[in-house]
Write a protein that binds this ligand. Structure first.
Ligand code: PLP
Length: 419
C-alpha cells in the first residue's frame, strides 16, 4: 500500500499490547474490529478484567463498615486503589482523591459544594467554547443559582485559545476558571499550567476537566497547581461507573457535602448531623468498590506500559492520521493542524453526513464516533451540526488508520453511486 507506515518499535509494542485486549479480536460484520472510539470509552485489558473478577470472587464485601475479615480486605483494596490513583496524578495525599461516578459527577460536585457556596452575584466564571457539556451545563446552573456571570475565553480559528486575551479575560471579579485540559472535539491541548498561574494571580480558583488528558499524557496536579481536577475511569482502560475528583485539601475541607446519607457522617442526631473527614464526606452510601479496585488495576497497567510511551505512541498515530486525512481532497479537519494535539481527530467529508459516514465505516468493522460530541456550542462556532471523530489509544496501529482511509474511500464511492 502506497501510504502504509513502516513498522517501528512503537508499533511492535502496540501489537504486543493488543494481546491484552480480548475485545480487539471481535469480528464486526465478518471483518476484524477497528476500534477508533477510545475518546468515548476505552477498552479494558485482561489485567483489569481479572482484577474485577478476583475482587468479586475473593474479597467482595462492603467497605469501612465490617469488622469481619472480608470487610477489611475490601476496604484495604479500595483504599489501596485510592493511594495508587493519588500517586499516578501527583496528588499530595490520598485524602484529596474522591471517588465519584465519573468526570460529570466530579464537576457537578465542585459546582454544588464549592461554587454554589462561595460564588456570589457579580462574580465571573470563565469557561472556554470547547467545553464538553459536562463542564458547561453545571456552570450555567451555578450562574442561575448564585447570580454569577459566565465569560468565554476567545478561541482562534485553529482551535486553540487566544492567549493574547489573557489579561482581558482574567481580571477581577473572575472567581472561577473551568476548562478542559484536552478538547474531546478539537484535540487542542490547553496550556493549563500557564492559565492556572494567571488565574491564581487574580485570586480565582481553577478546575480542569481531565477526561481526555489523564488517559493519554502524564498529569501531575501538583505541578499544574490547579484547585480541582476531574477524570473518568472508563477512558483510561478502567471500568464505567468510577471517576475521580482531585481537590486541594483546604478547599475540600471548607466545602459542604454534595450528597448525604450513610458513611459520609461523623454523628447523626434527630435534628442535625456532622460530617466525616475528607474524602469520605463526599462518598455517601456504598461506593463502586469493585470499580475503584479495577481503576487501581488500570492505573497499574498504564504505569507498566509507561505514560511516556503512551504519549509518544498516541502522538505518532494522531500525526499520521492528520497527514493522511489532510492529504485527501474534500476533508475538513477541526482543531490544530500542527500535530500538537491529543489522540483524536474530528473531521467531515464533503457531501457526506458524519452519521452516514460512521454507518458506512461500521459496515467495514470500523468504529468511529459521529455527532456533536456533547459540545453543541462548539459545533455552532465551527458552523457544523456534527463531525466524525476518530480517536486512538495505546492498542491502535498505523494500519488501522490506513483502514480508516480505505473505508472513507469506499463510503465516497458508495454515496457517489447512490446519487
Ligand atoms: N469531559 C470531556 C472532555 C469528555 O470527553 C467527557 C466524555 O466524553 C466528559 C467530560 C464526561 O465524561 P463522563 O461521561 O465519563 O462523565
Amino acid at each position: 500500500m502506497k501510504n502504509a507506515m513502516p513498522k517501528n518499535s512503537t508499533q511492535t509494542k502496540a501489537e504486543k499490547l493488543r494481546e491484552d485486549f480480548p475485545i480487539l479480536k471481535t469480528m464486526v460484520r465478518g471483518t476484524p474490529l477497528v476500534y477508533l472510539d477510545s475518546a468515548a470509552t476505552s477498552q479494558r485489558p485482561s489485567q483489569v478484567l481479572a482484577a474485577y473478577c478476583l475482587f468479586c470472587q475473593s474479597h467482595n464485601a462492603n467497605v469501612h463498615r465490617g469488622i469481619h475479615s472480608l470487610g477489611e480486605q475490601a476496604t484495604d483494596r479500595y483504599e489501596a486503589a485510592r493511594e495508587r490513583v493519588a500517586s499516578f496524578i501527583g496528588a499530595p495525599s490520598k485524602h484529596t482523591v474522591i471517588f465519584t461516578r465519573g468526570t460529570t459527577e466530579s464537576i457537578n460536585l465542585v459546582c454544588y459544594s464549592y461554587a454554589n457556596k462561595f460564588l456570589k452575584r457579580g462574580d465571573i466564571i470563565v469557561l472556554t467554547p470547547m467545553e464538553h457539556h459536562a463542564n458547561l451545563v453545571p456552570w450555567q446552573l451555578v450562574a442561575n443559582i448564585t447570580g454569577a456571570k459566565l465569560r468565554y475565553w476567545p478561541m482562534k480559528p485553529d482551535g486553540t485559545l487566544d492567549m493574547s486575551a489573557t489579561n482581558d479575560i482574567l481580571k477581577p471579579p473572575v472567581k472561577m476558571v473551568a476548562l478542559t485540559h484536552i478538547s474531546n472535539v478539537l484535540g487542542t491541548i490547553n496550556p493549563v499550567t500557564e492559565i492556572t498561574a494567571a488565574a491564581h494571580a487574580i485570586g480565582a480558583k481553577v478546575l480542569i476537566d481531565g477526561a481526555q488528558a489523564v488517559p493519554h499524557i502524564s498529569v501531575n496536579v501538583s505541578e499544574i497547581g490547579c484547585d480541582f481536577y476531574a477524570f473518568s475511569g472508563h477512558k483510561m482502560c478502567g471500568p464505567t461507573g468510577i471517576g475521580v475528583l482531585w481537590g486541594r485539601e483546604e478547599l475540600l475541607e471548607e466545602m459542604d457535602p454534595f450528597m448525604t446519607g450513610g458513611e459520609m457522617i461523623q454523628e447523626v442526631f434527630l435534628d442535625h448531623s456532622t460530617w466525616n473527614e475528607i474524602p469520605y464526606k463526599f462518598e455517601p452510601g456504598t461506593p463502586p468498590i469493585g470499580e475503584a479496585v479495577s481503576l487501581g488495576a488500570a492505573v497499574n497497567y498504564l504505569s507498566d506500559v509507561g505514560m511516556d510511551w503512551i504519549e509518544k505512541h498516541d502522538h505518532k498515530l494522531a500525526a499520521y492520521a492528520l497527514e493522511r486525512l489532510s492529504s485527501e481532497e474534500g476533508i475538513e479537519i477541526y482543531g490544530p493542524l500542527n500535530g500538537e494535539r491529543g489522540a483524536l481527530i474530528s473531521f467531515n467529508v464533503e457531501g457526506i453526513h458524519p452519521h452516514d459516514l460512521a454507518t458506512l465505516l461500521d459496515r467495514d468493522g470500523i468504529a468511529v464516533r459521529a455527532g456533536h460530541h456533547c459540545a453543541q456550542p462548539l459545533m455552532r462556532q465551527l458552523g457544523v451540526p456534527a463531525t466524525a471523530r476518530a480517536s486512538f489509544y495505546l492498542y491502535n496501529l498505523h494500519e488501522e488508520i490506513d483502514q480508516l482511509m480505505e473505508g472513507i474511500h469506499r463510503a465516497k464511492e458508495v454515496l457517489a453511486y447512490a446519487r
